[in-house]
Ligand binder design. Sequence first.
Ligand code: ATP
Length: 295
Amino acid sequence: MESINSQSSESNVLIDIKGLSRSFGKTKAVDDVSFTINRGDICAFLGPNGAGKTTIIKIMTGLLEPTSGEILYEGEAYNPNRLSLKRMIGVVPQHNNIDKELTLRENLHVHGLLYKMRGETLKNAIDKSLEFAGLLEHKDKPSGKLSGGMKRKLVIARALMHEPKILFLDEPTVGLDPLARRNMLAFLSKINRERDCTIFLTTHYIEEAEKLAEKVIFIDNGNIITQGTSESLKQHIGQFVLDIGDEELQQEFFAERAQALSRLGSLEGEPVSIRETTLEDVFLYFTGTRLTKHA
Ligand SMILES: Nc1ncnc2c1ncn2[C@@H]1O[C@H](COP(=O)(O)OP(=O)(O)OP(=O)(O)O)[C@@H](O)[C@H]1O
């Protein structure tokens, strides 16, 4: 596995994952995975269906035991039974696990009680979270009446109530229409900026990782393929690409546009086009398959 210029200084590391593995019978869902998440970053775990993303998020949030490996939160081993560590994290699972019969306020109330909030503190945390998510005006509606995008925001508002340092989101935009997806990405940026909250999300949408994340970690078949910033990953393989041929497309990568143009000039008679490298090209370069084909 390659780590490409991910620039994590020891003191800035919030979470340190070392040699994490998890098997289900003979299936190795996660196989010796190591990475760090820096304080304040948005970090995207990007990979096709079945790559191991949900398994890792479940292990990191204490819902699953790893077969082996270590997770350190601010240098301390993660123990889901310790309230102080549990308070550090907010979790948004892949499926909206809200009670549709309860109002928005009631859903958050139940969550607050679990985090030992009471009285005015609880009431204020509910109002603050709903307001931040733009849902305050709906607070007395049954949650089942919300749109898909609003239900997702409610789950996020609930996860933010106890002011976690890091928010985990498993495929936050799956099932949303394009407009709701765009709104969701803007909302996640706002959480990161205004709540000083580190974000770790899984996705199989390349453009989401590209738009949002400081650090992108590619995963396939339970292994980390490569990791780094979008820019460093693209620079590593070359910022410019020539697509050569039509049926059997071949790609050649170049650090400079001038080099790509010079090569293009030498390819007489072949269909060829020049463009900037994308994260999709990075996945293809390292795995030999397209991520969007899987998604
Ligand atoms: N509880 C389980 N029992 C058996 N196998 C499992 C279980 N959970 C996950 N797996 C297997 O582990 C592998 C990784 O699954 P995981 O759900 O972590 O992938 P994913 O990247 O999150 O995929 P998706 O995007 O489809 O959710 C898959 O082969 C899956 O079938």
